[in-house]
Design a protein. Structure first.
Lengths: 435, 286
């Protein structure tokens, strides 16, 4: 039964534990050929899920359905009138046209169960509504579902739950396994190219086994592995620098971008300067940064900050400019003043672009951090890579590179999760496949 | 349907919301190429009346709506609301305000706010109600309009028909004098459209707000309107003004009545002529 439930449109998205509880509510009933399951006008208590057999479902003329007669088979759900807001009576006649085995679930019980988990409950109900208007083409005035009662202010949990929900979906899909295969192919190429085939140009590279042995070695030959405190010190120093630079870049870049997009005059003053400075590569700033800042630490942070700042500000500005003019007009119509439009329309409207900008920004901040650390600084992953090069510790270079990849990925995922959390409306739209 | 029939409210009794458009001209002048969008257009809309503006896409109807709403200025002429000047010679652009609320062609519910927060937006922004009070009022208005159950959803999660209804309720929350609807049902299929028409009339019979409704659908215009103004294609001005003598309240049986058919026949030619002109002129934009 779980298998069938899982294939139905409304319950596809429900977790396995929830499905089991839904299945527990169901009663299996067998119908003979030509048995009338219910008739229009009957009071509606249960919804029905077909396990086997065929059912003819005829909507009453009053509903003005485009396709009044439907032939239903295994996995189809009908009898949804039990979940409707205003029509707790049957709108259709359902007849088994061959012997059928059907699961009946009481609508009130189902609703109560869904209320215990409003997040997936909401999805189930809106799926029902979509199914009714799409498959049965009943006007949506009728297809209004009874509400899932949830507590107000529970909204701050929802963002996280959605992230978890997406994670569980992801684990159930083939994607993670394809990803593992991808990594497997990459690593085996590395291993084969360097250590087995000894291809030209690859021969001098540190091999996979050498790097892993060094990395996991309690007593590393070049002084850096997951057992040495120094390794973590380098990581922490780099993370701390990126954090400072990223936070500073966001604090300055987002407001600058918002104002650039919001005020044409401001943009005319500032944007040409901005666009002249933006293409200058970070490395070109190095000499000036060293002259400007006495401490190398601030110079490194300044260089890291620069690239992030431009990415954030530019994307934020584009975000403001992408906002549909109708939203702004509608807000003025509804009596909002200029500062309220800024707060309620411009900022949330630009948020998707802002977060795209922040994702790019965290990426380029790692990029420029390493460049800066290679030039100056005493700790950090960029420093590790650079000094290992001069001291001919090739495996350590690769350890530093892989660590950078991991840490960079984690920080960028954190920015994305924060974005999901702040933009539930968007996540929910996407979760429902949009409109 | 029967609920509508029982409410025998005579239309046009509302004391506010009369719009007077006097000799309005609007010339767009992008790069010196003067394009006349509205040409000496005059129109009188009584308080509490549903006035339907019919014309082919791109004929300049929306320009007129934008002038009333205060999104654009006008070149000459003037527009009055209940005798007060909205825009005229000294003040070419009206101030947008919550007495005239636009329902946009593509919908403008804020996707980042829940339906409830969208509906409660106006009074909170204007400082008329505290947020808790505004939400309470929004809940009851949404329930009245058959929108209970979607309050805590985001607009992106409900059907486009429902979104239109939420948007109209959001407008009505502010007790406007005039609702300006810019082809609100353009994107809907004809079945949903018919449901929306009756829902709109139901809301109208309860609120009796003046409605300025732009459409290119003649049947929709005659079914809903007290008055139907058929506009010429660019420049836009009334070609024919029809007073629809089918009594309100109306329901869908009107569509098959003889009078309705007669009115369609009477006006169809005028609309068709303009559509041909618009087609020949190659106007596409709405």
């Amino acid at each position: 039964m779980l298998e069938i439930l899982k294939k139905t449109m409304p319950f596809q998205v429900v977790s396995d534990t929830m499905l089991r509880r839904i299945a527990e509510l169901g009663k299996r009933v067998a119908y003979d050929k030509a048995a009338i399951i219910y008739d229009a006008g009957d009071s509606a208590g249960d919804i029905y899920i077909i396990l086997s057999g065929k059912v003819e479902h005829t909507l009453e003329p009053g509903v003005n359905a485009r396709r009044p007669v439907q032939l239903l088979g295994a996995g189809d759900v009908f009898g949804w009138a039990a979940l409707l807001e205003k029509f707790p009576h049957r709108l259709a006649k359902a007849v088994a046209i061959e012997p059928a085995e059907i699961v009946r679930i009481n609508g009130d019980d189902l609703l109560r169960l869904l209320e215990s988990d409003p997040d997936s409950g909401d999805v189930v109900m809106s799926r029902f509504a979509t199914m009714i208007t799409r498959d049965y083409t009943v006007p949506d005035l009728i297809a209004q579902m009874r509400a899932i009662h949830r507590k107000l202010h529970s909204s701050d949990i929802q963002g996280m739950n959605l992230t978890m929900y997406r994670l569980s979906l992801w684990l159930k899909s083939p994607r993670p396994y394809l990803m593992l295969i991808g990594f497997g192919l990459f690593l085996s190429f590395w291993y084969l190219a360097v250590e087995v085939w000894k291809l030209p140009r690859f021969r001098e590279m540190p091999g996979l086994t050498v790097v892993i042995k060094e990395w996991l070695n309690p007593d590393p030959s070049y002084g850096l592995s997951i057992y040495t405190a120094e390794y973590y010190q380098h990581i922490l120093v780099s993370i701390w620098r990126v954090t400072q630079a990223f936070v500073l870049a966001s604090l300055l870049g987002v407001p600058l971008g918002l104002f650039l997009g919001w005020s044409r005059k401001f943009k005319e003053y500032v944007f040409p300067v901005f666009e002249t400075l933006r293409p200058i590569p970070i490395l070109a700033w190095v000499p000036l940064a060293i002259v400007m800042f006495i401490s190398t630490e601030s110079a490194v942070i300044y260089l890291t900050f620069l690239a992030s700042f431009f990415a954030t500000a530019l994307n934020t500005m584009l975000g403001v400019e992408s906002i549909d003019e109708s939203y702004v007009r509608a807000a003025y119509c509804l009596g909002a003043k200029r500062h309220q439009v800024f707060r309620h329309i411009i900022i949330p409207g630009a948020l998707p672009f802002i977060f795209t900008g922040l994702q790019i920004s965290i990426g380029v901040s790692w990029f420029s951090l390493v460049a800066a650390e290679m030039v100056s600084g005493q700790y950090g992953l960029g420093y590790v890579i650079n000094t290992s090069y001069t001291m001919v510790r090739y495996p350590t270079i690769v350890i530093g590179m892989i660590t950078l990849g991991f840490v960079g990925y984690v920080t960028s995922a954190m920015v994305r999760i924060l974005g999901d959390y702040l933009m539930q409306w968007r996540v929910r739209e996407l979760a429902l496949g949009g409109q | 349907m029967s609920a509508i029939m029982q409410q025998a409210v005579p239309a046009g009794t509302a004391a506010r919301g009369a719009i007077r458009i006097e000799d309005v001209v609007k010339i767009y002048d992008p790069g010196g190429a003067a394009v006349m969008a509205v040409d000496h257009c005059s129109l009188d809309i009584k308080a509490g009346e549903i006035c339907m503006i019919v014309g082919p896409s791109g004929c300049g109807k929306t320009t007129l709506l934008n002038a009333i709403a205060g999104f654009h200025d006008i070149t000459s002429g003037r527009i009055l609301l209940d005798g007060e000047l909205l825009c005229g010679a000294d003040k070419p652009k009206a101030e947008p305000g919550s007495d005239r609320i636009v329902v946009f062609q593509n919908g403008a519910l804020f996707p980042w706010k829940t339906n409830l927060d969208n509906v409660a937006f106006g009074p909170i922004m204007q400082g008329k109600l505290r947020p808790a009070e505004a939400k309470e009022k929004a809940l009851s208005m949404m329930a009245d309009a058959g929108l209970s159950g979607v309050e805590h959803n985001y607009p992106g999660e409900i059907s486009s028909g429902m979104r239109r209804r939420v948007e109209i309720v959001r407008a009505l929350m502010n007790d406007p004098k005039v609702l300006l609807l810019d082809e609100p049902y353009r994107a809907l299929d004809s079945l949903t459209k018919s449901v929306m028409h009756e829902a709109l009339l139901e809301i109208y019979y309860k609120n009796k707000v003046t409605i300025f409704f732009i459409t290119h659908d003649l049947e929709e215009a005659i079914f809903l309107g007290h008055k139907v103004a058929i506009m010429t294609t660019r420049p836009c001005k009334p070609k024919k003004i029809l007073e629809v003598d089918i009594p309100h309240p109306r329901d869908y049986s009107v569509l098959t009545s003889r009078r309705f058919r007669e009115l369609i026949e009477e006006t169809n030619e005028a609309v068709h002529e303009e559509a041909l002109k618009a087609f020949a002129a190659g106007e596409k934009e709405g």
